[in-house]
Design a protein around this ligand. Structure first.
Ligand code: 8YV
Length: 312
């Protein structure tokens, strides 16, 4: 039987499914790899990865016969792909199955932020609706000028949803894409100048670190709102917090942050920020599909069949 390390917090069901398919050794954290007995480490050929600390050359060095790292998630920024490729280790991810959930959450963040739904709910629950009357007016969203940064699979799902909201669509990507007339901006600052809302749907990793820069945030301006469902690292977070606190940015809807889940406490003091605990793909159905795709990649690789969703 093939030996697999399952790293990270799996649900009972996911753990059971992994254990049924492979001889599976669960580890809560990456750092525990070093403590495994050497004979076992040498027998591990696959890793089911759901960790957060990072899986790089040091972790790989403990596993001399590792052939595959199957990531639970579309974003693989916590895995060192270059180090894996150098060792001949294949990495897979779980694209597409989560597009709908993540795009749905992006739209929900936009609606919650603009219509002040958290505050309005608190208004009703506290009895103020009954005592003081209707909640204050907020912001019309349908028909807004919106920009998408990163028109990949998830960015496109967000754009399609926004089209149904009769929005004027603009986007920035590495190159112009075929679209139903959405306006391309080669420069993210020019995109931010043209819209009131920026949806960030970039991949994570070093190439996009701070991509939504201080300049982009300034160009969005005091009516501007940022929605981020990608990675905290894609935004200059300190610049965004400064702008939010100074009223130079109207608000934000964020599912992702630097240093999750120990996010910057400055966020908690901002009523114009909707905070979600990185739950974009977190429906029962989608998580089950992600876990299945991770297992199917492991099974394919270990039986010599073609991988379903390779990264490198
Ligand atoms: C996480 C995600 O993978 O797919 C991604 O890139 O960010 C999420 O779906 C999920 O939180 C599992 O750790």
């Amino acid at each position: 039987m093939t030996k697999v390390l399952a790293i990270g917090a799996y649900t009972e069901e996911e753990g059971a499914a992994l254990a049924a398919a492979f001889e599976c050794h669960p580890l809560a954290e990456e750092r525990e790899i070093a403590n495994l007995p050497h004979p076992l480490r040498a027998e591990i050929t696959g890793v089911a990865y759901k960790g957060h600390q990072g899986f790089g050359a040091a972790e790989m060095a403990h596993l001399p016969n590792l052939r595959l790292v199957a990531n639970y998630g579309v974003g693989y920024d916590s895995i060192d792909i270059e180090a894996a490729s150098a060792r001949g280790i294949t990495v897979t991810n779980t694209p597409d199955v989560l597009n709908d959930d993540v795009a749905d959450l992006a739209i929900a963040l936009w609606l919650m932020q603009g219509r002040e739904m958290e505050q309005a709910s608190a208004w009703a629950r506290s009895g103020r609706w009954a005592q003081e009357g209707e909640y204050r007016r907020n912001r019309k969203l349908s028909g807004a000028r919106v920009g998408i940064v990163g028109l990949g699979r998830i960015g496109r799902e967000i754009a399609d949803r926004l089209a149904a909201f009769k929005c004027e669509l603009h986007y920035h990507a590495r190159s112009e894409k075929e679209t139903p007339g959405w306006r391309y901006h080669a420069d993210p600052v020019a995109l931010a100048e043209a819209v009131d809302v920026l949806f960030i749907a970039l991949v994570g990793g070093p190439a996009t670190e701070g991509y939504v820069s201080k300049e982009v945030i300034a160009a969005l301006g005091p009516r501007g709102v940022i929605i981020n469902i990608s990675r905290g690292s894609t935004i200059d977070e300190a610049a965004m917090l400064d702008a939010l606190e100074a009223g130079e940015l109207a608000g934000a809807g964020l599912d992702v942050f630097l240093n999750e889940p120990q996010i910057d406490p400055r966020f908690y003091a901002l009523p114009n920020v909707v905070i979600q605990p990185h739950q974009g793909s977190g429906s029962v159905e989608t998580r089950a599909a992600m876990a299945r795709l991770q297992r199917d990649n492991l099974a394919a690789h270990l039986s010599g069949a073609a991988l379903l969703t390779p990264v490198n």
